[in-house]
Design a protein around this ligand. Structure first.
Ligand code: TXA
Ligand code: MG
Length: 350
């Protein structure tokens, strides 16, 4: 793929610059932009050639469909004409916000966006820069996370530069992302609705609005068995360069003991060890690098810093990353899903 000069603009800079970024989108170019979850790599969703460029820049498999981002709830009507009552309810409850809904697609939505599926994933981000950019572009914006395929999703503009410099036209720098991991993907074409990817909005929050929802069983199978409904779930994901192991269990005292044991074991065989720890235990580890993600009492902070921490430890060039696990409820479900995938399901229970 040819090298293109990537221009970075500050979201807080002159308004004309954001208008120029919107113009790049409208003319078929690629623009990375901040959302409340992670940075997205946007292209005009109605332009198949522009959408193809996303797949090339990321090295993304062509059978993994993209989320279409909109600036107003009413734009969903341009993408789907089959919006059921539960769909309407969740959109009203959680948009703008980290929830993506899967709906039957209108014929006008290009197959390049949906990877040939008859459904389309739609989301209205809760970030003023993202929405202003989409509004100025005047088109729906297809955007996966702005990382090279397989890498942890980017939560800062620097992460995007590290992965995509020279492969995309513009990066809009809006600082660090608030949620830190991706949106929840909710399939509303089945009854009951199914969570295909846990994320920023929890199962519990969704059930308060529309009653019981299921969790895609494929979420627990990280290996390529069958065809998961969310095609993205079958690929290696969020992988730092280092090997990753997760130590999980109900009692974090036990987690601390096991992680300490592993640190000793690997360091004695001359491996450089990094730990992705909670604030409660982080100070107690004598590893080569420790990244404290957040407090067990506030998992939202753990989610916020998770991908940042994985990339940080990679930059420390450790051979092994040991990550502490968290309870799989609320946002903990999404945290553990990302950790499992980063570790290729290499999880030790204590
Ligand atoms: O928070 C987010 O969702 C971020 C920001 C940029 O908005 N985007 C993001 O996109 O995470 P991406 O491409 O990394 O993940 C999209 C996920 C994939 O797992 C994909 O398979 C699934 O959504 N998906 C997209 N369209 C789908 C469809 N029609 N049916 C089922 N799953 C779909
Ligand atoms: Mg992604």
């Amino acid at each position: 793929m040819k090298n293109v000069p990537t221009r970075t603009i500050k979201a807080a800079g002159p308004h004309e610059e954001l208008a120029e970024a919107a113009h790049v989108l409208r003319s078929g170019g690629l623009v990375a932009f901040p959302t409340e979850t992670v940075y997205g790599l946007g292209a005009n969703a109605l332009d198949p050639e522009a959408v193809n460029k996303i797949f090339r820049a990321k090295g993304r498999p062509a059978d993994n469909p993209l989320i279409v981002h909109i600036a107003e709830i009413s734009q969903v009507e341009d993408l789907s004409d089959d919006i059921t009552v539960p769909a309407r309810r969740v959109m009203e409850a959680f948009w703008p916000g980290p929830l993506t809904v899967v709906l039957p697609k209108k014929p006008g939505v290009p197959g390049e966006v949906t990877a040939g599926l008859q459904t389309v994933a739609v989301r209205m981000p809760d970030h003023p820069v993202a929405r202003e950019l989409i509004r100025l572009a005047g088109v729906p914006v297809a955007a996966p996370s702005a990382n090279r395929s397989g890498r942890p999703s980017p939560t800062t503009a620097q992460h995007v530069r590290n992965d995509l410099e020279g492969r995309i036209d513009v990066i809009v720098d809006g600082g660090a992302c608030r949620v830190g991991l991706e949106s929840t993907v909710l399939d509303l074409t089945s009854e009951p609705p199914v969570i295909l990817r846990p994320g920023g909005i929890t199962r519990e929050e969704i059930e308060e609005v529309i009653g019981p929802v299921e969790i895609d069983p494929a979420l627990w199978e990280l290996h390529d068995r069958g065809t998961p409904k969310s095609p993205g779930m079958k690929y290696a994901h969020y992988s730092p360069k280092a090997e990753v192991v997760v130590v999980a269990g109900d009692d974090y005292g036990k987690i601390f003991v096991k992680v300490s044991e592993l640190i000793l074991k690997y360091r004695s065989s001359d491996k450089k060890v990094g730990v992705l720890a909670s604030l409660e235990t982080g100070r107690g580890y004598s590893a080569d690098a420790v990244y404290p993600v957040g407090s067990r009492a506030n998992l939202v902070t753990v989610a916020q810093n998770l991908f940042y921490g994985l990339r940080f430890l990679d930059d420390e060039e450790v051979d092994l990353i040991i990550a502490e696990g968290y309870p799989e409820e609320g946002i903990g479900l999404a945290i553990m899903n990302r950790l499992r995938k980063a570790a290729g399901n290499n999880v030790i229970y204590v």
